[in-house]
Design a protein around this ligand. Structure first.
Ligand SMILES: Cc1cc2nc3c(=O)[nH]c(=O)nc-3n(C[C@H](O)[C@H](O)[C@H](O)COP(=O)(O)OP(=O)(O)OC[C@H]3O[C@@H](n4cnc5c(N)ncnc54)[C@H](O)[C@@H]3O)c2cc1C
Length: 803
C-alpha cells in the first residue's frame, strides 16, 4: 500500500467504488480505496439490485436518473457487465389517495423529463399478468426501472476507477484516523499507515464506527431487510422478463429472478440491526430468516399475486442496510473537520450511488456539489439526532417506506423531544404541533371543543377554516405566533461588519436597523437568506433557517478570518414571539416605554427594549407582510413575555396563530423561504432577491457571478400565480404548464385566506416571466388555470408593513 494519497476512500461497497470512480473522472488520479475485506462486503453483496428514478425530492430524482444512465458508461470503460435489466415498472395503487399520490409523482416527473404514465387496472394487468386486478384501482408505469447485479456494478465502478489511475487495497481495515495540523489525515490501518489530504467515509454498515474515529455520531442505523425468491413458475416460462412492481397496499416490491419471482417487504415491525456498534467480523454474512415478522406482508402479497403463493419459497435473504432518519443519504463535508467527507446512509445504492459519487467528487474537486443536494446534505442534521432519536426515526421511516406522507402529516416517533417554555401553554390552547428539527412548534389551533389533530389529506383539510380564522385575525386586528424555530447566530467582534459584508450579498445595516440579505456561493447561487439585525457596531443578531444551522455554520467557518469576529449559533438560547396585524403596534405600545410610532421605530428597526418586565430585542418586521414585530428573549423570559402579550392583547382581540397561517400569509405576500423558493439552483435575480444584492460593495462572495446574472437576466424567474383550484391547493413540486408544455415548477402553494383564492409561487423560464395568459398548474392530476400576478396578491406596494 502506498504511504501517501490525495484521497483515501474508506469502504469498497457500491458507494465507495462510485466515489472513487467519480474522483478519477474529475481528474484526481492519486486516489486510494481501502476495503476491510473483499469489495461489496457490507450491505452491497446481498442487495436485490432494484433501481428506479422516482423520488419524493426532485433533486434526488435527478441524481437517480443520472445513476441509471451511468451503467452503460462504466460497462464500456471497464468491460465489466453491470447485469442491467431494464424491465420497466409499475406502481400499483389500491386506494384513491395512493392514486392521487401517483398522479402527483407523474406530474413531478414531467419537468424532470421522466416518461411516467398513469394507467388503468386493466392496462396494468396486461403489463403485469401476475396481479389480481380486484385489489387495485390504478397504476403508474415507468419505462426506466429494472435491476442490476450488485457485484457487477461495484466491480465496474472499481475497474473504471483503476483504469482512471485509482488504487484499491483489499483486506485492510482502517482502525483510526488522526488529523494533522495542516488539515490532512493519517489513516491508520492494520497494514500500515497512509497520509491523505482527504478522507471519505463510505463505510456503509460501519460508517458510524468510522465517524466515531473522528469524534462524530452520524445519524444512521441499519435495519434488517428480507426478501424471498420463489421456486420456478410456469407462468414465466418462455415469456419476456416480468416488470418490476410495487404494491403499496401490500407494502411489497416484486421482480423476476431467473425462473421465479423476488418479493421483498418493508414490514411495519422492522427490526434494527446492531443498534449501537456494528461488529467488525460481520462480512459476507446473512442474518437468520424471520418469516414470522414479514408474514402479514407476505399474506397480502400472495393474495394480490396468487401465482407467487403457489410457487413456494425457494430462498430467503435477510441482510442489514443503513438509513438516515429521513431515508435520504448523508453526503458532504463535516462541519468542523477539515477534508473529511461522508457518503453514507445510502439506502438505495443502485439508484443513488452514481449521483452520490458525482456530487461528492465535484464538491471535493470544485468546492461545490454542482447540483442541489440539500436533501442529501449531511448538514441537514444537528445535535438533536442522538442515537435513540435516530433509532426511533429510522424505524418509523422504514415502516412507512411504502406509505404515503401527506403534506399535512406530522410523524409521531421521538416526540415530543424539544419544547420551548410555553409548550404547555400552547397545548392548553389546543395547538396542533409540528416537529421541526426535533422541536415542537404550533401549526394551528383547534377550537377547544375539538380534538387537536390534523386529518391527513392532499386536499384542503379540517384545519382550513381554523387557519382562515387565524389569518383573518392577523389581517384585521392582531395575532400572536411563536417563532422560536428559527436559526439564530450571535456575531460579535470589531470585524463583524467587515466579515458579514464579505459573506452576505446585501449591505450590513447601520446600528438599530435590520437588513434582509441573500448569501451566495462563488457561483452566485443562493445558499441562504437571512435577517441581519445590527445590535451595535460590533454585534449583529442574525436570523435564518434553523434546519440549515449546521449548513450555514460549515460555510461561515470556512470563510472566517483568523481574528476579529466570532459566530455562535444560539437558536435555543433565544426564543421568540411575533405579533402581527394592524393592532400590533397599539398592543405592544401598552407594554413598552419606547415610542413605537412610524417615526420613532420605523419599519426594519431593531432595538433592545423592556417589554413590561421582560428584556428582549424587538424588530419591526413580520413574515406575514403586515405591520408586525418580532420579539426575541432568552429562554427564561419566554413564559413571562407570552403572559404579558396575551393579557395585554385581550382588548385588541389578540388571537394565537400557527405556522400554517404564517405560510399562507407569506405566500399572499410572495415572500420566499429557504429550501422552497431559495435553493442553490437559483440566482438572486431569478428568485426576486435582486434588490437585496448591493453592487456598491466592491467585494462579496458571489459578486462576479451575481453581476453576470443581473446583466444576463438569469434563466428562470420566480412568479406568483392565482390558481383556479377546486378543493386542493398546490403544495410544491407541481408542474407549471404554458400553452400545453410543462415549463416550470411550483415551489409553494396555499389558499390565500385574505385575498380569497388559491395561490402558488413557482419558477418559469425568464422569457415567460411577463406572459399573462396560457398558464396552468397541475394539481393532483388536473390542470387548473393559473393567472400570473404582477406583484404579491396581498398589499403589493407594501404599504401596510411599512405603516
Ligand atoms: C436485503 C437487501 C436488499 C436490498 N435491495 C436493494 C435494492 O433492491 N436496490 C438498492 O438500490 N439497494 C438495495 N439494498 C441497499 C443497498 O445494499 C445499499 O444501498 C448499498 O449496499 C450501500 O452501499 P455502501 O457502499 O454504502 O455500503 P456497504 O455495502 O455496507 O459497503 C461499505 C464497505 O465499507 C467497508 N468498510 C467499512 N469500514 C471499513 C474500514 N474501517 N476499513 C476498511 N473498509 C471498511 C466494508 O467492508 C464494506 O465493504 C438492499 C440491501 C439489503 C440488505
Amino acid at each position: 500500500m502506498k504511504s501517501h494519497a490525495r484521497v483515501v476512500v474508506i469502504g469498497g461497497g457500491v458507494v465507495g467504488a462510485s466515489v472513487l470512480y467519480h474522483l478519477t473522472k474529475a481528474g484526481w488520479r492519486d486516489v486510494l480505496l481501502i476495503e476491510r475485506a473483499e469489495l461489496t462486503s457490507g450491505s452491497t453483496w446481498h442487495a436485490a439490485g432494484g433501481m428506479h428514478t422516482v423520488n419524493g425530492d426532485p433533486n434526488v430524482a435527478k441524481l437517480q436518473q443520472y445513476t441509471i444512465e451511468l451503467y452503460k458508461e462504466i460497462e464500456e470503460i471497464s468491460g465489466q457487465s453491470c447485469g442491467v435489466h431494464i424491465t420497466g415498472g409499475i406502481m400499483l395503487a389500491g386506494t384513491r389517495e395512493r392514486l392521487d399520490w401517483l398522479k402527483m409523482a407523474k406530474a413531478r416527473g414531467r419537468y424532470l423529463g421522466m416518461d411516467l404514465e398513469i394507467i388503468s387496472v386493466d392496462e396494468a394487468a396486461k403489463l403485469f399478468p401476475l396481479m389480481d386486478k380486484k385489489h387495485f384501482t390504478g397504476a403508474m408505469y415507468d419505462p426506466i426501472e429494472g435491476h442490476v447485479d450488485p457485484y457487477g456494478v461495484t466491480h465496474a465502478y472499481a475497474k473504471s476507477a483503476q483504469i482512471g489511475g485509482a488504487e484499491i487495497v483489499r483486506h485492510t481495515r482502517v482502525t483510526d484516523l488522526q488529523p494533522r495540523a495542516d488539515g490532512s489525515w493519517d489513516v491508520i490501518t492494520d497494514h500500515g499507515n497512509v497520509h491523505a489530504e482527504h478522507v471519505v467515509n463510505a463505510g456503509g454498515l460501519w460508517a458510524r464506527e468510522v465517524g466515531r474515529m473522528v469524534g462524530i455520531e452520524l445519524p444512521i442505523l441499519a435495519m434488517e431487510h428480507q426478501y424471498l425468491i420463489t421456486g420456478d413458475m410456469p407462468e414465466l416460462a418462455g415469456k419476456k422478463e416480468q416488470l418490476h412492481a410495487i404494491d403499496f397496499e401490500g407494502e411489497i416490491y416484486i421482480r423476476q429472478e431467473r425462473g421465479g419471482m423476488l418479493m421483498g417487504t418493508y414490514e411495519r415491525a422492522g427490526k434494527p440491526w446492531s443498534e449501537v456498534t456494528t461488529p467488525w467480523d460481520f462480512g459476507q454474512d446473512l442474518l437468520p430468516n424471520d418469516l414470522e415478522r414479514i408474514a402479514p406482508s407476505l399474506e397480502v402479497g400472495f393474495e394480490h399475486f396468487p401465482a407467487l403463493g403457489a410457487a413456494g419459497i425457494k430462498k430467503v435473504v435477510n441482510g442489514p442496510f443503513t438509513f438516515a432518519p429521513d431515508g435520504n443519504p448523508l453526503v458532504g463535508p463535516i462541519r468542523g473537520l477539515e477534508n473529511f467527507w461522508v457518503a453514507c446512509g445510502v439506502m438505495a445504492g443502485f439508484s443513488q450511488g452514481g449521483g452520490v459519487g458525482l456530487a461528492l467528487s465535484r464538491w471535493m474537486v470544485d468546492g461545490d456539489p454542482g447540483a442541489d443536494i440539500w436533501g442529501m446534505d449531511v448538514a441537514r442534521y444537528g445535535d438533536w439526532t442522538t442515537l435513540a432519536y435516530t433509532n426511533a426515526k429510522v424505524r418509523e421511516n422504514y415502516s412507512r417506506r411504502f406509505r404515503i406522507r401527506f403534506p399535512n402529516e406530522e410523524l409521531p416517533a421521538a416526540r415530543p423531544l424539544r419544547t420551548t417554555p410555553i409548550y404547555e401553554k400552547l397545548q392548553a390552547e389546543n395547538a396542533v404541533f409540528g416537529d421541526y428539527c426535533g422541536l415542537e412548534h404550533p401549526l394551528w389551533f383547534a377550537p377547544t371543543a375539538q380534538e387537536a389533530e390534523d386529518i391527513v389529506s392532499f386536499r384542503r383539510s379540517n384545519a382550513h377554516p381554523h387557519v382562515a380564522a387565524e389569518c383573518n385575525a392577523v389581517r384585521d386586528s392582531v395575532g400572536l405566533l411563536e417563532i422560536s424555530n428559527y436559526g439564530k447566530f450571535d456575531i460579535r467582534g470589531p470585524g463583524t461588519a467587515e466579515w458579514l459584508s464579505q459573506v452576505m450579498a446585501n449591505r450590513v445595516p447601520s446600528v438599530g436597523r435590520i437588513a434582509l440579505t441573500p448569501m451566495l456561493n462563488e457561483r452566485g447561487k443562493l445558499i441562504g437568506d437571512f435577517t441581519m439585525c445590527r445590535v451595535a457596531a460590533d454585534h449583529v443578531f442574525l436570523v435564518g433557517t434553523y434546519a440549515a444551522e449546521t449548513y450555514y455554520m460549515r460555510w461561515f467557518e470556512r470563510h472566517m478570518p483568523a481574528s476579529g469576529v466570532t459566530v455562535r449559533p444560539c437558536a435555543m438560547e433565544y426564543v421568540g414571539l411575533s405579533i402581527a396585524g394592524p393592532q400590533s403596534r397599539a398592543l405592544l405600545q401598552t407594554l413598552v416605554r419606547d415610542d413605537l410610532s412610524t417615526a420613532g421605530f420605523p419599519f426594519m428597526s431593531f432595538r433592545r427594549m423592556e417589554i413590561g418586565v421582560v428584556p428582549g430585542y424587538v424588530g419591526r418586521v413580520s413574515f406575514t407582510g403586515d405591520l408586525g414585530y418580532e420579539i426575541w428573549v432568552t429562554t427564561d423570559y419566554q413564559r413571562a413575555l407570552y403572559d404579558l402579550l396575551v393579557r395585554a392583547g385581550r382588548e385588541f382581540g389578540l388571537k394565537l396563530f400557527g405556522g400554517r397561517a404564517l405560510n399562507a400569509m407569506r405566500i399572499e405576500k410572495s415572500f420566499g423561504s429557504w429550501a422552497r423558493e431559495f435553493r442553490p439552483i437559483y440566482g438572486p435575480f431569478e428568485a426576486g432577491l435582486g434588490r437585496f444584492v448591493d453592487f456598491k460593495k466592491s467585494e462579496f462572495i458571489g459578486r462576479t457571478a451575481a453581476a453576470e446574472e443581473k446583466d444576463g437576466g438569469g434563466a428562470l424567474r420566480l412568479v406568483t400565480f392565482k390558481v383556479d383550484a377546486a378543493d386542493a391547493d398546490a403544495i410544491g413540486d407541481e408542474p407549471i404548464w404554458h400553452d400545453g408544455k410543462a415549463v416550470g415548477w411550483v415551489t409553494s402553494g396555499a389558499f390565500g385566506h385574505r385575498v380569497g383564492h388559491s395561490l402558488a409561487l413557482g419558477y418559469v423560464p425568464a422569457a415567460l416571466a411577463n406572459a399573462d395568459v396560457g398558464f396552468e398548474i397541475e394539481i393532483i392530476g388536473e390542470r387548473r388555470k393559473a393567472h400570473r400576478l404582477d406583484g404579491s396578491a396581498f398589499d403589493p406596494t407594501g404599504k401596510l408593513m411599512r405603516a
